[in-house]
Design a protein around this ligand. Structure first.
Ligand code: ADP
Length: 545
């Protein structure tokens, strides 16, 4: 033991600038611009930027923001689709010291105004296509903010609302701007609002450390490298594109921008740019599966696709794999920087029947190597549930890829972190092989005659019906059973003569009888702004049936 109770390894071996630097994903850009200066970093339609150009544009943005008095402690909001300015903002804004708030472009004026106000945005960079919504939002703000317009050649209409345009702003900045890493890696890097299905959205604050780690976790889990061509089918506003905004740069890969989800265009771009990787919500995969034959193209090579954000039905996984995609299933939340969990493929699955393999893959799986711990716990006692594939508990996470907390919301932050774990609000089981399977969000589980019915399990069965395109199952109040499952179903375009009784019979043939829906309603399903099915709307409808 050395002096002062310290052991020999704690004396004279202090951290200093040579051996301890704050971890930040911003450092990936300097690295990629150094190593792959002339490689293509960003593709946007006809435009291409090399890593040297991309880094220069990001530095200019940071420098211009500083010159306008924006820096540490300020928020800069961006309303743009997956286009170069949105990607550049992921570097330029935090390089300036400010915090990036990427806005969900599907929100309405009221939603945007709430976020700009709550997040205390000092500046807003906005694509002209969204000017009608933004104009409405700006008119609801208490005090004016700096507005910069993006004049994207591929934008559809819109008008200019601000004082200057994005390219002119970049011209104000210095391409050799020297950014300083945050003094502390715990400093905020971005602010992401959850969709707020149960009230006002919550502002999730990310730290540099977590963004750095999750970007690397993504690159590891999804096998990215400098040859990767990543197609932006996932909105960059959603958990900063699940941290792939930084992850693709961390390997010197190429970002291919995409302004809107259009299956024909996705297939076209995959061919044109030899896309190797993409991420998308299960709903988008379902759109690719059900795209008209004319829109589909045979893939020249296997394309890696990671899906998550909602449970992917095994039928959708199997159909994607049949088309030549290799699916990776990810689970996570806004609070966990996007993916925290993935269904790691096992050797034994290679020889399995495709349907059975897809069912294994539909489980949420194991923690990212960059996540410290994941457990399914009884939320009352915090005791782990047995790995029997049956006992339900709440999935909890802890580690360095969990948010700082909710902005200006101490009570909810404390609740989310109670007992030293982040409570995901998702209920699941642990299988004997250690893989987690989510059964429901806690508010979605159906309690029927004293039994729990997982709405996801019933949906999984519905999706396996050849004429079902989309399905959602919610609880309907019932005098006898308390609640019964009620299914809302969209049929495939070529479906013929499918009745509610046929669907119920299919479920009875493939599920325990008490889990089969008692009622089936046909029609389109209401979706949230991030493409999730709005179960609270369906619950209201089910109540009135
Ligand atoms: P919001 O809360 O605004 O809907 P999030 O992206 O934070 O947005 O949603 C996270 C939730 O999405 C999780 O708590 C979980 O319920 C669901 N989810 C995400 N990925 C999966 C998945 N692979 N399987 C099942 N549910 C998922």
């Amino acid at each position: 033991m050395a002096e002062g109770g310290k052991n020999i390894f704690e004396t004279g071996l202090e951290a200093n600038a040579a051996n301890f630097q704050p971890q930040t994903p911003l450092s990936f850009l300097d690295w990629a611009a150094g190593v792959y200066a002339e490689n293509t970093a960003v593709v946007h339609g006809e435009r291409k930027f090399t890593y040297r150009e991309f880094a220069g544009r990001c530095r200019r943005l940071a420098s211009a923001l500083n010159k306008r008095g924006i820096g540490v402690g300020d928020t800069v909001s961006v309303m743009a689709p997956n286009s170069p300015p949105m990607l550049e903002a992921h570097y330029g804004v935090p390089m300036s010291g400010a915090v990036l708030n990427a806005l969900n472009f599907r929100l309405d004026s009221g939603g945007i105004a709430f976020i700009l106000g709550h997040g205390e945005a000092k500046a807003l960079i906005t694509d002209r296509e969204f000017s009608p919504v933004i104009k409405g939002a700006l008119s609801q703000l208490d005090s004016p903010i700096t507005v910069i317009d993006i004049d994207d050649p591929y934008a559809d209409g819109g008008e200019f609302l601000g004082e200057t345009d994005y390219e002119a702003l970049l011209a104000e900045g210095d391409a050799d701007y020297q950014w300083t890493p945050p003094a502390d890696e715990w400093r905020a890097i971005t602010l992401n609002y959850t969709s707020g299905t149960t009230g006002n959205p919550k502002g999730v604050v990310y730290h540099h450390r977590g963004a750095f780690l999750n970007a690397l976790g993504n690159a590891l889990v999804f096998g990215l490298n400098a040859d990767s061509i990543y197609l932006w089918t996932l909105p960059m506003f959603h958990c900063n594109g699940w941290c792939y905004t930084w992850g693709v740069t961390a390997v010197g890969g190429t970002h291919v921008c995409l302004r809107r989800i259009d299956p024909a265009l996705i297939f076209e771009l995959i061919g044109e740019h030899a896309v190797t990787h993409m991420c998308a919500a299960p709903i988008v995969l379902n759109m690719l599966v059900h795209a008209p034959d004319g829109a589909k193209q045979v893939l020249g090579r296997t394309v890696e696709v990671a899906t998550g954000g909602a449970a992917p039905p095994s039928a959708v996984i199997a159909a994607m794999e049949k088309m030549g995609f290799n699916v990776t299933h990810l689970y996570g939340l806004t609070e966990s920087f996007g993916p925290s969990t993935y269904c790691a493929a096992k050797e034994a699955w290679a020889d399995m029947d495709p349907q059975d393999k897809a069912r294994e893959m539909a489980r949420q799986g194991v923690r990212y190597p960059t996540l410290f711990e994941q457990r399914v716990l009884d939320p009352e006692t915090m005791a782990p549930v047995p790995a029997d594939g049956e006992t339900i508990g709440e999935l909890m996470l802890r580690g360095n890829t969990v948010m700082k907390g909710y902005l200006k919301n101490e009570d909810t932050t404390a609740e989310a972190f109670a007992g030293g774990w982040f409570h995901t609000g998702d209920l699941g089981v642990v299988h004997p092989d250690g893989y987690v399977e989510i059964k429901d969000r806690s508010k979605d589980i159906i309690l029927s005659g004293g039994e729990n019915i997982s709405s996801l399990e019933v949906e999984e069965t519905l999706y396996r019906h050849s004429q079902v395109m989309e399905a959602a199952v919610v609880a309907k109040p019932d005098d006898k059973w308390g609640e019964t499952p009620c299914a809302f179903v969209t049929l495939t375009p070529d479906a013929e003569n499918v009745s509610a009784d046929d669907i119920i019979q299919w479920c009875r043939d493939n599920l325990a009888h008490f889990k089969a829906p008692k009622e089936v309603v046909f029609g389109p399903l209401p979706k949230t702004s991030t493409g999730k099915i709005q179960k609270f709307v369906l619950r209201r409808q089910a109540k009135e049936l």
